[in-house]
Design a binder for this molecule. Structure first.
Ligand code: ADP
Length: 196
């Protein structure tokens, strides 16, 4: 039973590391980016609304995201845990998630911040070729990350949940660092260290 949050700029490797983590932990994957892209492909009302924001590199407004995630969290498989990938991205989302998890007695175990410098992110995304990976859209997404999402690391570090992981290097190397961080937390007593 485990609830993990993966935080990091676009191109930090959240998707890649999620896949590896899910090979180890039997928990559902909650990627809001994937959920939004699925909603767009299915032409649902949420998809139609989200599309404009995403193609401009802007965050989709909290009410839309919270709708999407709230429904997913109510499904029975999420009782066993969850890997949150790309969510929360705003303080409002983080607080809403806390409220939900607290009222259901399901604490967050760890928040992983994948740290990768902007110039590396820009290089990685240029090679990926997703719709929103055009240079001006990447710049907008990065701006939003530093201004709005990155401050969440303070929020979680105050709660003793933050584990900062160097995201440079080969995916397997990064994954080994994540596993080391996970093991540390599982063997540590008391369960939560005071600082990340
Ligand atoms: P990346 O981290 O590479 O940008 P994602 O798939 O996580 O990729 O997100 C793609 C886009 O989807 C974001 O730029 C944003 O527009 C939207 N999005 C995804 N998750 C959220 C979220 N939690 N809050 C607001 N917008 C989101």
């Amino acid at each position: 039973m485990m609830r993990l949050i993966l935080l990091g700029p676009p191109g930090a490797g959240k998707g890649t590391q999620s896949e590896r983590l899910l090979g180890h932990l039997r928990i559902p994957h909650l990627s809001t980016g994937d959920m939004l892209r699925a909603a767009i492909a299915a032409r649902t009302p949420i998809g139609m609304l989200a599309e404009e924001y995403m193609s401009a590199g802007q965050l989709v407004p909290d009410p839309i995201i919270l709708d999407l995630v709230g429904e997913r969290l109510d499904e029975p498989d999420c009782r066993a845990g969850a890997l949150f990938d790309g969510f929360p991205r705003t303080l409002g989302q983080a607080q809403a998630l806390d409220d939900y998890l607290q009222s259901h007695g399901r604490p967050i175990d760890m928040v992983i911040e994948l740290r990768v410098p902007d110039e590396v992110v820009i290089r990685r995304l240029a090679g990926r070729g997703r719709d929103d990976d055009r240079p001006e859209v990447i710049a907008e997404r990065l701006k939003g990350y530093w201004a709005i999402t990155r401050p969440l690391t303070d929020y979680y570090s105050q709660r003793g949940l933050l584990e900062q992981i160097d995201g440079l290097g080969a995916p397997d190397q990064v994954f080994d660092r994540i596993l080391a961080g996970l093991n540390l937390r599982h063997t540590a007593t008391p369960r939560r260290r005071a600082t990340g």
